[in-house]
Design a protein around this ligand. Structure first.
Ligand SMILES: [Zn+2]
Length: 176
């Protein structure tokens, strides 16, 4: 008698379990329909986001444009890992450096590397190659002239390509 009772209980439990599973599947399908609707709404707000808050001008060479300085300056990490500072006029055109000077500190936080810049006639170029460390923090100090107060720009030198704008992540103009 007892064995039969237990067997019946197992059957009942199993059928409840499968019923619950079936119900769960239906629910998931229903959620999927709802999800595609949500996805459309998400795309709308995403577009608004891009147009209103994150539209930025790229530097003339696809680098990071620093506008807290006048004239503005583009920071670019070249393929040879030297940093290049290109000054930019109000129309976004590159202009030769005049009296500007710059230094930087970068690399691992435990062993920072001091970087100095010298003019090559068309831009200020770092005299040292930057360490090959993905995402290293960099602190740039730039002065319009040796007498001017320094402008300090800090960011992480993330070099992977942004999927939104196709620029290096440190130079991203789309806010992704
Ligand atoms: Zn981007």
């Amino acid at each position: 008698m007892n064995t039969k009772k237990i067997y019946a209980t197992i059957l009942l439990t199993a059928s409840l379990f499968f019923a619950a599973c079936g119900g769960h599947d239906d629910h998931t399908e229903h959620e999927d329909h709802g999800h595609s609707h949500d996805g459309t709404e998400g795309a709308h707000s995403h577009d608004d986001h891009q147009h209103t808050e994150f539209a930025k001008d790229p530097g003339p060479n696809g680098g990071r444009l620093i506008t807290s300085l006048d004239p503005a300056v583009e920071f670019l990490l070249r393929d040879d890992r030297h940093a290049q500072l290109t000054f930019v006029d109000a129309d976004g055109k590159a202009i030769a450096p005049s009296k500007q000077i710059a230094t930087a500190v970068t690399g691992d936080r435990m062993s920072p590397v001091n970087i100095t810049f010298a003019s090559d006639g068309s831009a200020l170029v770092s005299e040292q190659a930057l360490p090959d460390t993905e995402g290293q923090p960099i602190i740039l100090t730039i002065q319009s002239s040796p007498e001017a107060s320094p402008v300090i720009e800090r960011f992480n030198l993330k070099t992977y390509k942004c999927s939104g704008c196709g620029l290096a992540e440190y130079a991203c103009i789309c806010g992704h």
